[in-house]
Design a binder for this molecule. Structure first.
Ligand code: PLP
Length: 457
């Protein structure tokens, strides 16, 4: 594990004690105090579990975690301890992963539009693997980083993603020959091809199509005398179980395409840059209701007979779209809350809306929810809040990032500490459950919750 987790404070959870149990305890504790700030519970065992699942489903692919998705310390340290590589988009992310001891050969600098000073920073910090998709970038790299090993990023054809990246990045197949020729003239080393099918990709054919395109560019390169040896299949994998397409289904299509176009023994190393996949389900956000008002559901002047009898309750909570709910912009999703106080089935439900702290009318988190009436001081929790939430939040209006409380099951800690052997491939799936403190573990197993503040030393 080589000490990556030495500095991290987290709560060690006994088997059977779930994230939900911990939240219940924490919410009870904070309810006694005046500080009712929003906070995250991050289950690092879930990240460990995802890693094992990745290795099982894509045995020939090495993961390089996309730091931009969630750069929180616990995630980065856990993945470093697991031996993952890192996809960094800029100097700040490179500095972050290097500050905990990640070696430069475990880093790929993937932003195809890099500031010259940051290319020089990568050069002086030993980071050689970098992406490009245009001639200007090649010129900058030729001048500022002669030892760079460049990966040509190709465009994908997949608008069925929540964020379709090829609108902005990626060379067209037509321009690839020219770019490869230009790189030769400039003496820039090209070692491979990359693509990204887009975030939240639902098209099962997207990966096979892009892998086939990458093969074409490998052949183009071979004609020009290149000996490329790296294929980067990017990110875009789902991070939660409620995704329309399962990770394993996508992995199966990738494996078939790799068998066809880049079979084992062909001398090409395959990497991927998953972001959302690793972190989405590990984070649960707890927020507090800080204000409420009733507004008529029907607009004034409406001739609906029952006009005035229907109401919408507008709740203001202490995190919003400029904070952890920035994922609403990114993913175009509508997060739905879990109520902390379980309502009785007899309580009437009201049309309800959630707004962020009152500083901007656009801070709208959800509309049209059917909720029992809540009170100021009540808690709501949101699951699956790890991807593009904290990472994309801002300090607008003095927002502060919610505190993150890290937890890990004792089993996951043992595994990371090297006290358990990494499970053999066929056993990995069965190993997974106790690693996470996830909701799915039955809460009857542990009557007295035990959690110990921990550091691994
Ligand atoms: N790699 C690159 C270059 C990206 O731009 C992104 C996200 O935008 C990722 C990886 C991670 O994508 P995802 O979170 O969909 O896996």
């Amino acid at each position: 594990m080589s000490g990556y987790l030495d500095e991290l404070e987290f709560m060690m959870m006994e088997e059977g004690f779930t994230t939900r149990d911990l939240l219940e305890n924490l919410l009870m504790e904070v309810s006694q105090t005046s500080d009712k700030g929003a906070f995250f519970v991050a289950d690092l065992g879930d990240v460990v579990k995802k890693h094992l699942r990745f290795l099982k489903a894509l045995p020939h692919v090495k993961p390089f975690y996309a730091v931009k998705c969630n750069s929180s310390e616990g995630v980065v340290r856990t993945l470093a301890a697991l031996g993952a590589g890192f996809d960094c988009a800029n100097k700040t992310e490179i500095a972050l992963v290097q500050s905990i001891g990640v070696p430069p050969d475990k880093i790929i600098y993937t932003n195809p539009c890099k500031q010259i000073s940051q290319i020089k920073y990568a050069a002086s910090h030993g980071v050689q693997l970098m992406a490009f998709d245009n001639e200007v970038e090649l010129r900058k790299v030729a001048r500022s980083h002669p030892r760079a090993r460049m990966v040509l990023c190709i465009a994908t054809d997949n608008p069925r993603s929540s964020a379709f990246l090829s609108v902005k990045f990626g060379a067209t197949l037509k321009s690839c020959r020219h770019l490869l020729e230009t790189a030769k003239e400039m003496n820039v080393e090209i070692v491979g091809i990359s693509f990204h099918v887009g975030n939240g990709c639902l098209d099962l054919q997207a990966f096979p199509r892009s892998i086939a395109d990458a093969r074409l560019v490998f052949e183009m390169g071979a004609e020009l005398g290149y000996k490329m040896n790296l294929l980067d299949i990017g990110g875009g994998f789902p991070g939660t179980e409620n995704s329309k397409v399962r990770f394993e289904e996508i992995a199966a299509t990738i494996n078939s395409a790799l068998d066809l176009y880049f079979p084992e023994g062909c001398g090409v190393e395959i990497i991927a840059k998953p972001g959302r996949y690793y972190v989405a389900s590990a984070f649960t956000l707890a927020v507090n209701v800080i204000d409420k008002q009733e507004v008529p559901l029907d607009p004034p002047g409406s001739d609906d007979e029952e006009s005035g009898s229907k109401k919408n309750i507008l709740y203001c909570i202490n995190d919003g779209i400029y904070g952890s709910f920035s994922c609403i912009f990114f993913d175009r999703t509508c997060p739905s809350p879990v109520l902390h106080k379980k309502p009785s089935p007899h309580h009437p439900l009201f049309s309800s809306s959630l707004r962020g702290p009152p500083c901007d009318g656009k801070d709208c988190i959800a509309d049209g929810l059917e909720l029992p009436e809540l009170q100021v001081g009540d808690w709501l929790t949101f699951e699956n809040m790890g991807a593009y939430t904290i990472a994309a939040s801002s300090s607008f209006n003095g927002y502060q990032l919610p505190q993150i409380k890290y937890i890990m099951s004792r089993e996951a800690v043992r595994l990371l500490h090297g006290k358990l052997p990494l499970p053999e491939e066929e056993d990995r799936e069965s190993m997974c459950t106790p690693l996470s403190c996830g909701w799915e573990i039955t809460d009857t197993l542990c009557i007295t919750p035990v959690f110990t503040p921990a550091r691994i030393t």
